[in-house]
Design a binder for this molecule. Structure first.
Ligand code: ZN
Length: 297
C-alpha cells in the first residue's frame, strides 16, 4: 500500500511516527520523577501560602505551570501578583480578564489574583520600572496575603524581557525589608537558549543534568507532564494565543520543568551574556546572601 505514496512522504511519515514515539517515551520517563520543591520550601516546615510575582498576564501560563501545578497538588494557597495589565497594545482590560480565566484553569482562586494598577509599571520592552515602584506593589500583596514564600524571575528573567528583569530587581529589593523577615524568596532559573525549546526531551535532559550535578545543583525542581493544562491555561489568554505562542506551549521546556533556586545560589546561565541590568541584580542577590544589604543603592 505504501508504494502508492512518494518515497519522501513515506520517509517523512516514518520520521513523524518515530519522533512522536520518542517524545511520548520522554514524557513517560519525566512522569516517573517527582518534584522535589520541599527541599527549597523549608524542608518539613509547614507552608500554606506562596506568592508568585509576574510581569504580564500570561507569564504564569508560559513559565510557571510546573511550580503552580505542584503547589496546587500540595493544597498550598497560590497567589499571583501581576505587575502590569499587559496594556502595550491597548488591551489591558481584556488581558486582566484573561488572567482570571487562566487562574480558573490552574485552580487558583480569583481573589488570589491581583493585577497592579500602577501607571509607573506599564507593559513594554522600553518601559523602565523602578525597583521602588515594584516594591510598593509587592509589599501590598505580602500584607494582603501573608505568604510564606515569594517566587519570581531570576536576574535574566527567562526571556530577557526588561520588565521581567525589573520585576526580579524590585522583588529582591522588597524582600530586604525587615518586616518581610522569614519569608523565603525563590527564583525561577532561566534556562540556556539551547535547551529552552526542547519540550519533554530537553526537559528530561535538564532534569538528568540537574540530578547528575548532585550537591552542586542549585535549588529544586518542579515537573509536570500534562501538556493539556499548559494549553488550556495559555488558551485562556486568547488575545495572545497566536501561532508562535501555541508552538511555545508545546516546545517550551518551561511547560514541563521549573528549576527554582534561592538568591544565594546565583542563577547566571554560563553560556549567555547577561545584560547590564542582570549583572546589577546578580550583585544584589549576592549581597543579600552575604547580608550586606546596606551596600546596595
Ligand atoms: Zn512576560
Amino acid at each position: 500500500m505504501l508504494e502508492h505514496f512518494p518515497a519522501p512522504l513515506v520517509y517523512f511519515g516514518i520520521f513523524l511516527i518515530v519522533a512522536a514515539a520518542f517524545v511520548l517515551l520522554c514524557v513517560l520517563l519525566l512522569s516517573a520523577f517527582q518534584s522535589n520543591l520541599e527541599g527549597s520550601l523549608g524542608g518539613n516546615a509547614k507552608f500554606t501560602s506562596v506568592l508568585i510575582v509576574t510581569s504580564h498576564p500570561d507569564d504564569e501560563a508560559m513559565f510557571f505551570i510546573p511550580t503552580i501545578d505542584y503547589l496546587r497538588e500540595k493544597e498550598v494557597d497560590v497567589c499571583i501578583l501581576c505587575l502590569s495589565s499587559g496594556d502595550a497594545d491597548g488591551i489591558g482590560h481584556i488581558r486582566r480578564k484573561e488572567l482570571q480565566a487562566s487562574a480558573d484553569v490552574l485552580g487558583i482562586r480569583r481573589c488570589n489574583v491581583r493585577v497592579a494598577d500602577s501607571a509607573l509599571l506599564e507593559d513594554g520592552f522600553h518601559q523602565e520600572w523602578n525597583k521602588e515602584d515594584v516594591t510598593v506593589e509587592v509589599t501590598r500583596s505580602i500584607l494582603e496575603w501573608a505568604p510564606d514564600v515569594v517566587i519570581t524571575f531570576d536576574e535574566y528573567g527567562v526571556s530577557g524581557h526588561p520588565n521581567h528583569q525589573a520585576t526580579h530587581r524590585g522583588v529582591v529589593h522588597a524582600m530586604r525589608s525587615k518586616s518581610h523577615h522569614g519569608i523565603q524568596l525563590l527564583l525561577l532559573v532561566s534556562l540556556p537558549l539551547h535547551i529552552k525549546f526542547g519540550g519533554p526531551p530537553l526537559a528530561l535532559v535538564t532534569l538528568l543534568f540537574w540530578m547528575a550535578s548532585g550537591s552542586g545543583s542549585p535549588g529544586s525542581i518542579a515537573i509536570q507532564t500534562n501538556i493539556g493544562l499548559c494549553w488550556r491555561a495559555m488558551g485562556a489568554h486568547w488575545s495572545q494565543f497566536v501561532w508562535f505562542r501555541r508552538l511555545f506551549v508545546l516546545a517550551s521546556t518551561y511547560s514541563f520543568i521549573n528549576v527554582l533556586a534561592e538568591p544565594m545560589h546565583g542563577t547566571t546561565i554560563p553560556d549567555r551574556q547577561p545584560s547590564g541590568g542582570a549583572r546589577d541584580s546578580l550583585s544584589d542577590d549576592t549581597r543579600i546572601a552575604n547580608g550586606t544589604e546596606s551596600d546596595v543603592n
